[in-house]
Write a protein that binds this ligand. Sequence first.
Ligand SMILES: [Zn+2]
Length: 506
Amino acid sequence: MTLARTWSVGLAGVHGAMVDVEVDLSAGVPGVVLVGLPDAVVRQSVDRVRAAVVNAGGRWPLRRITIGLSPAAMPKQGSGFDLALAAAVLAADGAVPAASVEQLVLIGELGLDGSVRAVRGVLPAVLAASRAGHATVVVPTGNAGEAALVEGVEVLAAGTLAEVVAHLRGRAPLPRHTRGALPPDAPGPDLGDVVGQPIGRRAVEVAAAGGHHLFLSGPPGAGKTMLAERLPGLLPPLDEQAALEVTAIHSVAGTLPPESPLVTRPTFEAPHHSATTAALVGGGSGLIRPGALCRAHRGVLFLDEAPEFPRAVLDTLRQPLERGSVTISRAGGSATFPCRAQLVLAANPCPCASAAGDTACTCTPPERRRYQTRLSGPLLDRIDLRVDLPAVTRAAWLEAGTAPEPTAAVAGRVAQARAAAAARLHDTGVSLNSQVPGRLLRERWSPPRPALRLVERALERGALSVRGYDRVLRVSWTLADLAGRTVPGGDDVAEALGLRLQRTAA
Ligand SMILES: [Zn+2]
């Protein structure tokens, strides 16, 4: 046999596509010819594969080796093709039976010593293999947990190329990996730890119930980060499909913990203000890496000290947040990732970040004003809730007395409110108040006129834009849902207006 074929998987974003790997050996000057647009990384992979085969005790054929990867039009990025290339070369050379690899899908990078190394994106790759009707995949041991999340596919875990060769020769079968029981969820930070800050606590509860973006402003120590970190705990756990979706993103990002391969809870991503656009949204060379925004899909993206982020970087968030997905283009192709994240921004009142009224603060009033307007504009316009948190004084600590409500109690109310909203919106294609289009909101769910008096007055005197008006309506519905009311009353509208107009005019 001088011709052999096997399968691997290429990735574009979180979508896998089957790649047919063909190897032909012919007489002629020994060497390797690659056809099918392989990127530079795949070219390097030939050198790795040769070293791995030799160091695994195999023989590298001294023939003219033609390697074809098809479909040719698909960019093949990353090092995950190594194992399939090695298997196809060995099969073409007769070192392993060609029939043993013909239907097999192999994913993994080879070390020069013949070890099989974990790669990014194995979950979406195995999903693609399953969809294409393949029954068996060989993956690196380090990726076996995520691969086994896919139902209906036999997952074989490989630690070395020698093990794979022994398996293909029928001598020592590779261990089958099955989906294990999920480790119990480690409890996240609890809202019961947040003393005082009734407005802040209320704001995260409302944000969780309606899926609203949130802006927290206040001096250091006011608890902005504490509150933001507790928002994911208030969101409902991810169902199986959502969990696989989020896990696939983390698989491609390379941020999946091997001991708990399925992400079942909404995630919390908090990039530093020095983060680049690539770190925030996605990018990198080779296999495009999703950024913090995509890793926060169905979870929370927290930007602490938001005014410190370069404006250009923040502006790249606008469209993806609106659309729920982001497309990253590189020379080697483009990738689209979902990014339906809930945004929480936090800001200090002034650039020196001293506590309000602190004598150490030397910022002039214009400096403070300028700092607070750094965020103004289109991004801020997408934020329904804006809350000013006061400094937590010692007196407030001592007065707090009764223990604050824990996450479990608040999450229960959030779940009820979300269920009420989903029932009301069942025929609209959305399930959260924050997602209801403005026109639909005004046509179908305008609260009774008397309840709207306050917000109409704010609109008339220019304190509220039309978009702002819609946002107040959305939050009013969330407040009504939380209170178990079928329609928002004047109090709900007034509270929503308060949660919107804090600090900056809308
Ligand atoms: Zn200052």
